[in-house]
Design a protein around this ligand. Structure first.
Ligand code: NAD
Length: 349
C-alpha cells in the first residue's frame, strides 16, 4: 500500500495508523493541513473492503475538510478519521474509548466529531478520554428550544441562505416568494430545508426513495411529489440535491431545466469536468462544500462557546461567501467550484 505516491496524497502533514489489541480497534487518522488551526473532521466507521479503501477515504476526506473550513473562514485545519469495521455489529464501548485514546495521543492536532457510523453518544464516550472532541454540547435558542450534536438543522439553514444568494445572483430576486425548488432527498437536512423554503414562500417539488418522507412533505407543506428518476427533469428554478453524491454527471446535466443547482449533498459533481459542464449550460452551481458548511461552523464555534444566535450569524455568512464566489467566477470566466478551491487555497496557504 502506497502513501507518499498515493493518488489521494496531497502533502498531508500526518497520517496515523491506530491499533488497540484489547478492543480490536483498527483506525486511521489523517491530518491534512493545520495552517489555520487544529484539524477538525468526523470519525467515520465503515466496513471497508480493504485497508487500502480506508486509506483512500481518509486521505480524500481530510483534504476536503481543509478546503471546507478555510472557505468558511474558520480557525481550523482539515482532518478525518476512519474506523475499519461494521458499526452495527463491531462497535463496542471499548473500541470507541480506544479511539478516544488515539485522538488524545495527538495532543489536540486533530479534533474528532461524529460522522456516518458514529453518533453523538460515541463522541461523549470518546470525551471520557480526550478533550479534543466536538459536536456534543446541547445548544438552545432564545425560545428555549434545545438540540444536541445533530448538525442537520444548521446545515439546512446554511443551504437555505445559499439558495437565497444564488437566486439573488442568477434571478436578481431578493425574495424566494414563488421561486420553484426541486429537492432530491428529504432526510435530516432536506426536510428542514423544505420547511425553510416554504416559510419563505417558495414552491417545492420533492423526491425520496422513502415514500413516507415524501408523503410527510406533501401533507405538511403542500409539496409536489415527484418520482425519483424524474426529479432532474422538473421545470423549476433551483435543483437542490440533498441525498447522494455524484448526481451531477453526463446523464443528468443535459436534463436539468433549473438555472441554479444548490443543495447540501456532499461530492455532487461526478467529476471535476462537470463543474465546467454546468457553467457551459448556463447553470449557476453553489459548490457543495461551501453551501453545506453549516455543520462544521456549528461544531467549531461550540468549542469557543459562542451562543446559538452568534453561530447562526456565522452560518448566515455562507450567503456572503457564495456571493463572492459567484461574482469572482463570473469575472474570471471559470466554474464556481474552481473559484471556491482557489478561495480556500488563498486562505490556508
Ligand atoms: P439522510 O440520510 O438523513 O437523508 C438523505 C435522504 O435521501 C434520505 O431520506 C434517503 O431516503 C434519501 N435518498 C437516498 N437515495 C435517494 C435517491 N436515489 N433519490 C432520492 N432520495 C434518496 O442524510 P442527511 O443528513 O440529510 O444528508 C444529506 C446529504 O447532505 C448527504 O449527502 C450528506 O453527506 C450531506 N451533508 C449532510 C450534513 C448534515 O448536517 N447532516 C452536513 C453536510 C453535508
Amino acid at each position: 500500500m502506497k502513501l507518499f505516491t498515493h493518488l489521494e496524497f496531497d502533502h498531508h502533514e500526518q497520517v496515523v495508523f491506530c491499533h488497540d489489541k484489547a478492543s480490536g480497534l483498527k483506525a486511521i487518522i489523517a491530518i491534512h493541513n493545520t495552517h489555520r488551526g487544529p484539524a477538525l473532521g468526523g470519525c467515520r466507521m465503515y466496513p471497508y473492503a480493504s485497508e487500502a479503501d480506508a486509506l483512500n477515504d481518509v486521505l480524500r476526506l481530510s483534504r476536503g475538510m481543509t478546503y471546507k473550513s478555510a472557505v468558511a473562514n474558520l480557525p481550523l485545519g482539515g482532518g478525518k478519521s476512519v474506523i475499519i469495521g461494521d458499526p452495527r455489529s463491531e462497535k463496542t464501548p471499548e473500541l470507541i474509548r480506544a479511539m478516544g485514546q488515539a485522538v488524545e495521543r495527538l495532543g489536540g492536532r486533530y479534533i474528532v466529531a461524529e460522522d456516518s457510523g458514529t453518533s453523538v453518544a460515541d463522541m461523549l464516550l470518546m470525551g471520557e478520554l480526550t478533550q479534543h472532541v466536538s459536536g456534543i454540547a446541547e445548544k438552545c435558542d432564545a425560545e428555549g428550544n434545545c438540540r444536541s450534536g445533530d448538525p442537520s438543522p444548521i446545515t439546512a439553514r446554511g443551504t437555505f441562505v445559499g439558495i437565497q444568494a444564488a437566486v439573488r445572483h442568477r434571478l436578481g430576486r431578493e425574495s424566494l416568494e414563488g421561486v420553484r425548488v426541486a429537492i432530491q432527498g428529504v432526510g435530516n437536512v432536506g426536510h428542514h430545508l423544505a420547511r425553510f423554503l416554504c416559510d419563505a414562500g417558495a414552491r417545492i417539488w420533492v423526491s425520496d426513495i422513502n415514500r413516507d418522507a415524501v408523503q410527510q412533505m406533501v401533507t405538511e407543506l403542500g409539496a409536489v411529489a415527484v418520482a425519483n428518476e424524474e426529479i432532474y427533469d422538473q421545470e423549476v428554478d433551483v435543483f437542490a440535491p440533498c441525498a447522494l453524491g455524484a448526481i451531477l454527471n453526463d446523464e443528468t446535466i443535459p436534463r436539468l431545466r433549473a438555472s441554479i443547482v444548490a443543495g447540501a449533498a456532499n461530492n455532487q459533481l461526478a467529476e471535476k469536468r462537470h463543474g465546467t459542464a454546468l457553467m457551459k449550460k448556463g447553470i449557476l452551481y453553489a459548490p457543495d462544500y461551501v453551501i453545506n458548511a453549516g455543520g462544521v461552523i456549528d461544531v467549531c464555534y461550540e468549542r469557543i462557546a459562542m451562543d446559538q444566535q452568534q453561530i447562526v450569524q456565522q452560518v448566515d455568512a455562507i450567503g456572503d461567501t457564495l456571493s463572492e464566489i459567484f461574482d469572482r467566477a463570473e469575472q474570471q470566466h471559470i466554474p464556481t467550484d474552481e473559484l471556491a478551491d482557489q478561495l480556500a487555497e488563498e486562505r490556508f496557504a
